[in-house]
Design a protein around this ligand. Sequence first.
Ligand code: PEP
Ligand code: MN
Length: 341
Amino acid sequence: MLIVMKQGADERQVEHVCRVVQEMGLAPHPIPGKLRTAIGITGNVGPVDPSGLTALPGVLEVIRVTKPFKLTSREMKPEDTIVEVGGVRIGGPEIVVIAGPCSVEAREPIARAAKELKARGAHLLRGGAFKPRTSPYTFQGLGLEGLKLLADARAQSGLPIVSEVMATEDVPQVEEHVDILQIGARNMQNAPLLKRVGKARKPVLLKRGMAATLEEFLLAAEYVMAEGNRQVILCERGIRTFADHSRFTLDLSIVPELKRLTHLPVIVDPSHAAGRRDIVIPLARAAIAVGADGVMVEVHPDPARAQSDGAQALTLAMFEELMDELRLIVPAVRRGSVAAR
Ligand code: PEP
Ligand code: MN
């Protein structure tokens, strides 16, 4: 349920409504808006009798939220959520490009990648320190050391950083080093981890599970938001289908549907969907054309020597080509510029 406050309602009235909701055994979630505050209500299993709430001072109306996802829903918050990190706004009019290697491998390559990507217009740097590899015998990431190298690369390049956290107990150290906590596709339904990052003070980039429906994806985001963290970015990264010409099938049709149903920013990762570098650029173009707020791509200065996902890594020259193409597409979809060259 959603309580919409009148335009002039003051803080005291909002607090009073929240108290009454708590006394009903439910959880209030104030959502400040440009014109008025709304208060989302969660915790009810069945319908709630709205009559006691409609009469409270400052209340304009009480609306039943029909979707199972609540805090993520546009019904609750019609305005787009904009996640801001280090001066970069994700979910606003500007298209955002996150780029970097699959894994942080050593000091020199990540520092070099950061510098070269910044020079080519990337907005954020990615790089995994904790890697959810399919085989236990492959490179598992540098862990804490990788986070430090990534933070050093940020200091030198000025690019905010995104890195995956796989385990609940690692959240404090990952949170301390990165600007955005990534939850990987394999962990999209790891409820304890979702709840823990919901308590973090850093934004969360949540990747869609490879077999998750739209509703399951939004309910995963709901886990994070219900704990208080409203800074969630959704990322489509390909789903498992019978198609075997690419690693996963990039489900671009989810992008406009997510934009319709949720106020959260939506980005697309064409790299993990493709699994091969030659189709990453066309998929990235399509992602922006279909309405995504940005893309996340894997780039490696020397893909042949990458410790993970080398086959899908763009070279620096290809990344430059991608940025040139996005500069053509972005105005065509009436979005803000991808940084000028
Ligand atoms: C990644 O971004 O490096 C990654 C492992 O992605 P996903 O969780 O989508 O497989
Ligand atoms: Mn990868």
